[in-house]
Design a protein around this ligand. Structure first.
Ligand code: ADP
Ligand code: ZN
Ligand code: ZN
Length: 747
C-alpha cells in the first residue's frame, strides 16, 4: 500500500484522542509509513515540529489541498511505555479489526479529572478484641451492616471509605454512628493515596507445598536464563495458585521489574485484594470499574513514574504503562469476561501474550478449568503446563448425585426440586448447615407461552421471548420493553398461558412453600444491580444470615463458605441449550465450579445436578470432576466440526436499521469472501451464512452474521483486511460491520 494521505494524532498525552489531523505523505515515505508509527509533523501556525501517531492512511484528501502539510519524517526513537501501548494498539487493530482510534482508546486511559479527588478512609480506635466483642453484640441485635464493618476493622486498621460504602455495603450514617460511639475515625486527605495502607507485611511466611515450589523454581530457572514463556497452571480452587502468583510477582519485582495481575472483575474480592496489599504494601494498586476515568489515569501515571510495582485489575489493567514490565499473570484465564464485547473485540489472553513479548515479560495463566484454547496449546508444547492437584484448604471433593428430571416427572414429581434435592435440603436445615441453589439464568420465570397452542410472548422489537417479573409484568432483557401479562392467550384465547421455567424468585417462593421459615438470600442480575450488592450478599451469607443462597452464575464464584455442605444445580440443561459451540465447555466449567462449592470446610459436602440430559458428557465429567476426560471428548468435537481451538472462526456481524440493506450487505460481503477463495485457488476458507443473528433484531436494529472458518488465524486476518478494504472502497449506507475472531458468544 502506498496511500497519499495520513491521519495523525498529535502527541497523545496532550491532545484530545478523537481528533486526528490529515497530512500528505511525501513521495519518499510512501509505502513505508504504516498505521501505528510515530511521525514528526509541522503543527499550528508557527509550524512547530511535533510528534504524532499515524492512525489511518487513505487516498482521499479531506482538507484544502493547497493548505495541507507534509509529514516530515518517520520517528525511529527509543520505545517508551507510551509507544509500547501504541504498538499494542496497532497489534489489536491488525488482529481484531476496527479503527486505530478505537484501538488507541482501548489501550490509553482517558484524561485526568481536573481536580484530584479527596481521599477518605476510616481508622479504628479500638483494639481487635474489643471490636470482635462489639461485633458479636451487633450480630445479636441483627445489625448486619455494623457487624460487617466491625469485622473488617478487626482485621484491618484502616479501610478506604469507598470500600466501606461500596463493597461492604455500609451506609455513611452507620459509619457516622460508629464514629460517635468512639469506635472509629474518618480521615481525609486531598492528595492521591493508595486505596489501602496495610500494617504488618506477611511476605514469605507460608512454606510452599511441593507442587508450588516446583512451579516457582522452574519459572525462575527460565527467567534467570533469559527465557520468557507462557505458563499454564491447572489447579483446583484452593490448590494454592494465588500464593504462587504472589511469589512469582515478588521475585520479578525483586529484580526491579513490574507485574500485572489480571483477575476477572467478579472474582476481584476484598479478601483477594487484602492478600496482595499485605504482601506488597504501598507498591500495589488496583484498577477496576468503580474507578473514575481520572482515577484510572492517576494509576497509569503512578505506574509510569515507578510509584507502584504491581497492578491488580480486570482486562483493562493489561494496559498499565509500566516502564519495565516483567510478568503478566492471568487468573481464571477461561473467563468469558477476558474477551471484549465491543470493537475491537480482543481477547486479553492473546493481547497479554503480545504485550509480554514486546516487553520481554513472561505470561502465567491459571485456572481450575482451563479454556480449551489454553489447554490445547499447553498440550502442543506452546505453553508450559503445571498441575496443582492438592487442595491446601482441606476439605474433600463432594459426592455428586445426578437427578434425571424426566424420571422425576414420570414418578409424578412436578416440583422444581427433585426428590433427592428435597431430602438433602431438609437434612441440611435440620443440621443447621448451609446450601446453595444454582440456576443459570435470571428473572422470575423464563419465557411465557401458551400451554394450549404454544404461542410464545415475544418482544416486538428484539425477537426474544419476554420474561415474567413480579407483579405480572413481562420484560424484554435486551431493550427493556415491558407490558402486563395477558389474562388469556392473544392467539387462541386459552387461559393456560404461563411461565415455563423457574427463575430465582420463583425458586425462593417454592422453597419457602416446601420449608416454611427457611431463610433465603437471592443473588441475580436484579438483586445485584446496585453497585457492590454482590459482595454484600456474599458477606451476609458468609455471616450466617441465611440457610440457602439462591442465585445465577454469580454465586459459583467468590470466597469460600465452610458451612456450605450442599449445592443444587437446578437445571443443568439451560446452558447446554445455547446455540453456540462453546456451550458444552461453559456448562462443564459452571457445573465444576458449582459442585466445587460444597465441602470447602471440615464438613463433608454433597451436590445434586438436576438435568434432562443425564447422559451428556459435560454433565458426567463435571460430576466426576474430571477435567482430562472432558477435554478429550470436547476436543474431539471441536476437531470434527472445525471449531476453535483446532480451527479458527471469524464472525462478521452486520448491523442496520433497514432489514433489506443489512441483509444485502451481509450477502455482498460473504460473496466477496467466497470470491477471494476462488481467486486464490485452494485457500480453503469456509463461509457459513449469512443468516439473521440468533437474536435477529435488538432495539429495531437488524443483525445478520456470517462465519468464516480456516485452520490458520492469519488467513482470517487477511479476510478481515480484504473486507475492510472493500468497505472503504464501497462504503455501506447506514449499516455497520463488526468483526469477532474466535467468538465467545454468538450474537
Ligand atoms: P487458589 O488461588 O488456587 O484458589 P490460594 O493460593 O488462594 O489457592 O490458596 C488457598 C488457601 O491455601 C489460602 O487460604 C492460602 O493462604 C492457603 N495456602 C496457599 N499456599 C499455602 C501453603 N504453601 N501452605 C499453607 N497454606 C497455603
Ligand atoms: Zn394459545
Ligand atoms: Zn426488546
Amino acid at each position: 500500500m502506498s496511500e497519499r494521505y495520513a491521519d495523525i494524532i498529535i502527541d497523545i498525552s496532550h491532545e484530545k484522542l478523537d481528533r486526528a489531523f490529515q497530512y500528505r505523505v511525501p513521495e519518499r515515505l510512501r509505502g513505508r509509513l504504516e498505521v501505528g508509527m510515530c511521525v514528526a509533523v509541522p503543527f499550528g501556525n508557527g509550524n512547530t515540529r511535533r510528534l504524532g501517531y499515524c492512525v489511518g492512511l487513505g487516498e482521499e484528501c479531506r482538507f484544502d489541498p493547497s493548505r495541507i502539510k507534509d509529514v516530515l519524517e518517520i520517528e525511529e526513537k527509543a520505545v517508551d511505555a507510551q509507544d509500547r501501548m501504541i504498538a499494542l494498539a496497532a497489534f489489536i487493530r491488525r488482529n481484531y479489526g476496527g479503527t486505530m482510534i478505537q484501538a488507541l482508546k482501548t489501550v490509553l486511559p482517558a484524561k485526568r479529572a481536573v481536580k484530584p479527588l479527596a481521599r477518605r478512609w476510616v481508622e479504628r480506635l479500638l483494639g481487635r478484641e474489643e471490636l470482635i466483642s462489639l461485633k458479636g453484640a451487633c450480630e445479636r441485635r441483627r445489625q448486619g451492616a455494623k457487624a460487617r464493618l466491625l469485622e473488617a476493622l478487626s482485621r484491618q486498621e484502616e479501610i478506604p471509605y469507598q470500600w466501606i460504602t461500596g463493597k461492604l455495603g455500609v451506609s455513611s450514617a452507620t459509619v457516622k454512628s460508629l464514629e460517635r460511639e468512639g469506635v472509629l475515625r474518618v480521615v481525609s486527605v486531598s492528595e492521591y493515596r493508595n486505596p489501602v495502607r496495610v500494617s504488618g507485611q506477611e511476605g514469605g511466611l507460608l512454606s510452599l507445598s511441593e507442587g508450588q515450589r516446583y512451579i516457582v523454581e522452574e519459572f525462575l530457572r527460565d527467567y534467570e536464563a533469559g527465557q520468557r514463556g507462557v505458563y499454564l497452571i491447572h489447579g483446583v480452587t484452593g490448590s494454592g495458585k494465588t500464593e504462587v502468583y504472589m511469589r512469582l510477582i515478588e521475585e520479578v519485582v525483586a529484580r526491579g521489574r513490574q507485574a500485572i495481575m489480571l483477575i476477572p472483575e467478579i472474582a476481584l474480592t476484598y479478601q483477594t485484594l487484602l492478600r496482595f496489599y499485605r504482601r506488597f504494601g504501598d507498591r500495589v494498586s488496583v484498577m477496576n470499574s468503580t474507578l473514575s476515568p481520572g482515577e484510572k489515569y492517576d494509576q497509569c501515571e503512578r505506574a509510569k513514574h515507578g510509584e507502584i510495582d504491581v497492578i491488580i485489575g480486570p482486562r483493562s489493567a493489561l494496559f498499565t504503562p509500566f516502564p519495565d514490565l516483567g510478568l503478566i499473570v492471568m487468573d481464571e484465564e477461561h473467563e468469558g469476561s477476558y474477551k471484549s464485547e465491543s470493537t475491537p473485540k480482543y481477547h486479553a489472553r492473546e493481547v497479554a501474550r503480545e504485550a509480554a513479548r514486546q516487553s520481554g515479560a513472561s505470561l502465567v495463566l491459571g485456572s481450575a478449568t482451563p479454556s480449551l484454547e489454553a489447554y490445547y496449546r499447553a498440550k502442543r508444547g506452546e505453553y508450559r503446563l503445571f498441575t496443582l492437584d492438592e487442595r491446601l484448604t482441606g476439605g474433600t471433593l463432594p459426592k455428586v448425585h445426578i437427578a434425571d428430571l424426566r424420571a422425576e416427572l414420570k414418578a409424578g414429581n412436578r416440583s422444581i426440586f427433585s426428590r433427592r434435592l428435597q431430602e438433602l435440603l431438609g437434612d441440611r436445615l435440620l443440621k443447621g448447615q448451609q446450601s446453595m441453589l444454582f440456576l443459570n439464568r435470571r428473572g422470575y420465570a423464563g419465557f411465557v407461552s401458551c400451554r394450549a397452542c404454544g404461542h410464545v410472548m415475544k418482544c416486538p422489537h428484539c425477537d426474544v421471548s419476554l420474561s415474567e417479573h413480579q407483579g405480572g409484568r413481562l420484560i424484554c432483557h435486551y431493550c427493556g420493553y415491558q407490558k402486563p401479562k395477558p389474562e388469556t392467550c392473544p392467539d387462541c384465547g386459552s387461559k393456560y398461558i404461563m411461565g415455563f421455567k423457574a427463575g430465582t424468585q420463583q425458586i425462593e417462593e417454592k422453597l419457602k412453600e416446601l420449608f416454611p421459615g427457611v431463610r433465603c438470600l437471592r443473588m441475580d442480575g436484579d438483586t445485584t444491580k446496585k453497585k457492590d450488592s454482590y459482595e454484600r450478599i456474599l458477606a451476609a451469607f458468609g455471616g450466617g444470615e441465611a440457610d440457602v443462597l439462591i442465585g445465577t452464575q454469580m454465586i459459583v464464584k467468590g470466597h469460600d463458605f465452610p458451612n456450605v455442605t450442599l449445592v443444587g444445580v437446578l437445571a443443568a440443561d439451560l446452558s447446554l441449550g445455547a446455540h453456540d459451540f462453546r456451550c458444552g465447555e461453559r456448562t462443564f466449567q459452571l457445573l465444576t465450579q458449582a459442585v466445587g462449592r460444597a465441602g470447602r470446610g471440615e464438613l463433608f459436602g454433597e451436590a445434586v445436578i438436576q438435568t434432562y440430559q443425564p447422559e451428556h458428557y459435560a454433565v458426567i465429567y463435571a460430576a466426576a470432576q474430571d477435567y482430562g476426560g472432558f477435554y478429550g471428548e470436547e476436543l474431539l468435537y471441536r476437531e470434527m466440526s472445525g471449531y476453535p481451538p483446532v480451527s479458527h472462526m471469524l464472525a462478521v456481524q452486520v448491523y442496520g436499521k433497514s432489514e433489506d440493506c443489512a441483509k444485502q450487505l451481509a450477502k455482498r460481503l460473504s460473496d466477496m469472501v467466497k470470491s477471494i477463495e476462488g481467486d486464490g485457488g485452494s485457500r480453503g476458507v469456509q463461509v457459513i451464512g449469512p443468516a439473521p443473528a440468533s437474536i435477529g433484531r435488538i432495539n429495531d436494529v437488524f443483525r445478520f452474521v456470517f462465519y468464516v472458518k480456516h485452520g490458520k488465524y492469519a488467513e482470517l486476518v487477511q479476510v478481515k483486511d480484504a473486507l475492510e478494504e472493500g468497505l472503504r472502497l464501497m462504503p455501506p449506507g447506514g449499516e455497520s460491520v463488526q468483526f469477532d475472531f474466535d467468538p465467545m458468544n454468538t450474537i
